[in-house]
Ligand binder design. Sequence first.
Ligand SMILES: Cc1cc2nc3c(=O)[nH]c(=O)nc-3n(C[C@H](O)[C@H](O)[C@H](O)COP(=O)(O)O)c2cc1C
Length: 221
Amino acid sequence: MLVLGFLGSPRLTGICSKLLQKTLDGARSRGAEIKRYDLINCNIKFCRGCCTCFVNDPELPIGKCPLNDDMQTILEEYTRADGYVFASPVYDMFVSALMKRFLERKIMLTYRPKEDYGRIPGPRTPGHFTKKASLIVTGNASDEYETAMGEPCFDAWQAHLPIEQVDTVDQLYVGGVETISSEALSQKLTRAFHNGVHLVEEITKGYKADGPGEQQQMQVL
Ligand SMILES: Cc1cc2nc3c(=O)[nH]c(=O)nc-3n(C[C@H](O)[C@H](O)[C@H](O)COP(=O)(O)O)c2cc1C
């Protein structure tokens, strides 16, 4: 089982990075192979909006993007993975530009057949898909501002994940980062570790129900 982590903070020793690592450690403690991408160190160019990646032969999307950088390798690994941990600081009430640039470059994975164009994924019961994701957002605004600060970030990932046939199992918002006490931070890190354990448990449950690689059909409205 492969779990990939993606860090949208440019600060590799920051709180977002620590939370991501704890979640990956939790996944590893339950037997997952983990790999972490610090997006600040990846060569990822900005999407040029040519749409080549999903207009030409959308059934084989990877490798069609004309930009030459790390994205092809990352996407090949991404499609092989069983679970994902996405972590971003809130920047101006949204995910960081680093994270957004990465999301835009994997737009081809949200390709859907023509008959589903113009419709959004319908309500799904948890456990519908076998691939799973865990989300982490950090912000200076305290935990009580999770709706204002965290939700737009969670929504950014949710714009892709259901269409990629990935269920989200946990969303962790950690606020007040500039003034967080060591005790509160330690509690959040413990929760991040448990989220990693939970991620593996949910992936395993999905495989028991469906068998690896057998993704179920997405429902659309
Ligand atoms: C450009 C910028 C914009 C920010 N915007 C917000 C914001 O809108 N809301 C918020 O709560 N914190 C905001 N912050 C604070 C960051 O979210 C905080 O520094 C970050 O979560 C710390 O994580 P790190 O240690 O991994 O860098 C901003 C910080 C920067 C640098």
